[in-house]
Ligand binder design. Sequence first.
Ligand code: Q0N
Length: 728
Amino acid sequence: MKILVVGPGGREHAIIRALNRDAAVSTVHAAPGNAGIAADAECFAVDASDPDTVAALASEGGYDLVVVGPEAPLAAGVSDAVRAAGIPVFGPSQAAAQLEASKAFAKEIMTAAGVPTAESVHTTTPAEAITALSHFGPPYVVKDDGLAAGKGVVVTEDREAAIAHAVACQSGGSVVIEEFLDGPEVSLFVISDGENLVPLSPAQDFKRIHDGDAGPNTGGMGAYTPLDWLEDYTETGPDGLTRNFTEVVMDRVARPTVQEMARRGTPFTGVLYCGLAVTSRGVRVVEFNVRFGDPETQAVLERLATPLGGLLLDAATGNLGPDRQLEWTRGYAADVVIAAENYPDSPRKGDVISGLKKASSLDDVAVLHAGTKTNDDGDYLTAGGRVLAVVGTGDSLQAAVDRAYAGVAEISWPGAQHRSDIAAKALRGEIKVTAQLPGWSHVASGKVRELYEPAPGSAWDGEDVLLMVATDRVSAYDHVLSPGIPGKGTILTQLSLWWFEQLAAEGIGNHVVSTDVPQEVAGRGLIVRRLEMVQAEAIVRGYLTGSGLTEYGSTGSVTGIPLPEGLADGSRLPEPIFTPSSKAEYGEHDVNITYAQLEDKIGAGLAERVRCTSMRIYEVAEQKAREAGIVLADTKFEFGLSPEGDLVLADEVLTPDSSRFWPADQWEPGKAQPSFDKQFVRDWLTNESGWNRDSGVTPPPLPDHIVAATRDRYMEAYRKLTGTDLSL
Ligand code: Q0N
């Protein structure tokens, strides 16, 4: 197969590199290509956006397939001209390319096809604008609708500022008020033959020039794939089946869009780039592009194992078939773009690039060219804003990123700039998405749990209930670790339920209403009464450790309760003590408070009821745990008040996440006690992983054997306490 790739940039270099790996591809040529591409394909210096020129070149060259890379030639009708010349072309017609070229057209198609996108309202009067702003709530998104006025977009929490911008825009025409899309952005490329579709692997790109998403927008400064954090995203379809992220985008976005385009007689052939926001309310389309994205393509194609030439030819000729699947290499890919000085304003050109050979000779590193040329001495010179993309691959995301940066470190020229935080948030586990549960709206996220409320019109709508979902996430030393512990959410929820039952038998009521939850969260979700929460945590300690030990060390007492001298880490206290704490600012540690402070905070009467009930629960639970061979060292409860004024036990109770469980037969005061849950995680992190707790750096991923051992430990705690096994 002989293929011509149209376009000059890094994306085209990535496509050509992947085509060269396809054994069925004999020849790849580029028009116009660039200096780096020239090493991998013969280049023809033509105007890539001129339809007749490209069609003539394609005919004369006898190509079996033309692949059009960038948007400009597509919008100019290059695909149509090549197709008219009787040559298969991968890339949409000029008419279908309107999905990218015209935002209004894209919106029209999405509306017709029922594709979820940001809800928006056109307004022409201040009163209409104010109504719309109130409808969406903060943060407010106010967009100028007049092409000429060009006052742009304002995103603000400040209602007055939003109104002012709306009024200013209305002076020149109308203004669009739009739903703010919270949540991370994802690029999903979907290959279409006009009818059938096949998705590539989701990727994330970095648009701003500087670290931390500071500075102006660029064409893209780096990307990585796949996105492990998307695994938490699920949605249930009308058939009651649960879909993963890619299935949701295929069902709700890509397929309806391609069907609508076909219905209009302008079938879409090529790659539909779905720019998506994964919001708390579900997936939303931010924008469509009609081509491979740059720099995501450099990472995505690096992992593609399916021969690319055959795939693109099948798409170009309507032969994808209904069940096309792609093969991927294991692991991850990341790329880092190196841009010229003064990019994106007016990039400096003509600097000699050094270190290219060294960088590309590194294992699992590829250097793809975007804006380069060569001089008479054979040096590579900068010749554009984005100059190079360095791609790294590896078994882990960290390895892929490390390799990309190892390549970047070899390359230099005066004023070269790159971001140093590509994939950093993902590596720190800071990107989170929430499963969409049928009948429930997400309201809050904890470190390891999620909270939902009944969705309007659902079975529980109008009832004062919440859905509390325990995840498999595990946290240690204030970091949420990856991967999670499979089954943890279920084990802890079932343990909590068992305790609730034991305590109910003692006359202690709790907030559980039902365990009949959506199947996605069966076993780890609880429907609970929505209570007015007591604004303090009720901690009972029978043994001295943790923050209690620290406080005892400096004052001899804990939350104002004096303790005898000579106690050590793990010492049993003469009698259990009630040591309340109070939520500090969001994200901060809770702070211990005295009983008098608790009385000030919630009132003396309520404080007494909370203290009394907590002590009683600890007494019951400590006894039961002891019989099971477990020391219940300390534990935290949360309470709420029912509308009738009853004190109700809330949250989860007496689990390893809210309590310290120690194996009774190993208890030995004077040292840190082995704990019954995360001991393996903590020991591995501090002793074996090479990670430093005080470094501020994200802990490395947990190895399989630590995950398995930790899970066994949770299971053992459940078995010991309840006397039964949990079949998961
Ligand atoms: C509530 N939290 C803090 C879930 C647990 N029954 C209730 N009624 C009203 N509010 C709450 C409960 C309970 N339980 C408790 N937040 C709201 C603990 N959350 C953290 C996130 O996950």
